[in-house]
Design a protein around this ligand. Structure first.
Ligand SMILES: *[C@@H]1O[C@H](CO)[C@@H](O)[C@H](O)[C@H]1NC(C)=O
Ligand SMILES: *[C@@H]1O[C@H](CO)[C@@H](O)[C@H](O)[C@H]1NC(C)=O
Length: 225
């Protein structure tokens, strides 16, 4: 009996260890699956439906414009431009996308996370202070900060799902490229998610959650709304 158990467990272990690793985005099941521009579609699928390959052209795999910065959000001191499956429909099912971010001196890409992607940045210009937070294995109510000063040519990776930031500590504009292992990495800006939700989170949750008074919470809501 114990031998049978041993063999059963061995078989299960071998099966689990040799199962293929699943990427977060769908793995392609055909050569190409160029996305139909389906913003009006009434049916939602996990990814986008494919265009008939007969009507696919080279432009479905192309975008230009990362040689110039995106449009700056008013007052933010930062501009971003992303090429995801929404701009390059040929990215559908490929699990990859790219962006360009420009930050004015002493301006910040605020604490955020990408729920579906690891982010790999390459600094083209300027000096950045970047970092991400990892829950402390010994105490999940604390975290460890992994941070670094980056110069042109430097590369840094922010693991999937972890909260991170990029801050321009130089005296001129900083520019970096960001690659993501998702066709649609997603963005969650932590302060905005919490203080600019619609409808707002009940006061008690935020006052207890942040050890702040109702007045302080109201002030934060006002700043982020
Ligand atoms: C950026 O690239 C586009 C497309 O190749 C080109 O038309 C444009 O002149 C370039 N802009 C700059 C500022 O280099
Ligand atoms: C998809 O359609 C929208 C709305 O018609 C348009 O603004 C957008 O540029 C289109 N995207 C692509 C990749 O063609």
């Amino acid at each position: 009996m114990s031998m049978l158990w041993f063999i059963t467990i061995l078989v299960i272990t071998v099966f689990i260890s040799y199962s293929p690793a699943y990427a977060y985005d769908n793995n392609p099941l055909q050569d190409i699956c160029v996305a139909v521009n389906d913003s009006q579609a009434a049916v939602f699928v996990n990814g986008k439906i494919c265009k008939d390959p007969k009507f696919t052209t080279a432009n479905d795999f192309f975008a230009s414009g990362l040689n110039v910065s995106g449009t700056a959000a008013p007052g933010s001191g930062g501009a971003a431009k992303f090429f995801t499956v929404d701009n390059i429909p040929g990215l559908n099912t490929l699990g990859i996308s790219i962006g360009r971010i420009d930050l004015e001196p002493q301006r910040l890409a605020p604490l955020h996370t990408h729920p579906r992607a690891t982010e790999l940045i390459t600094v083209l210009d300027g000096i950045l202070y970047v970092g991400f937070l990892v829950p402390d294995a010994a105490n999940f109510f604390k975290s460890r900060l992994f941070s670094k000063i980056l110069y042109p040519g430097d590369v840094f990776v922010f693991p999937i799902g972890l909260i991170h930031f990029q801050y321009n500590v130089g005296h001129k504009k900083a520019t970096y490229l960001a690659a993501f292992n998702s066709q649609n990495p997603g963005f969650i800006f932590v302060p905005n998610s919490i203080f600019a939700s619609n409808p707002p989170i009940a006061d008690d949750v935020l006052t207890q959650g942040f050890h702040l008074s109702k007045t302080q919470i109201a002030e934060l809501r006002r700043k982020f709304s």
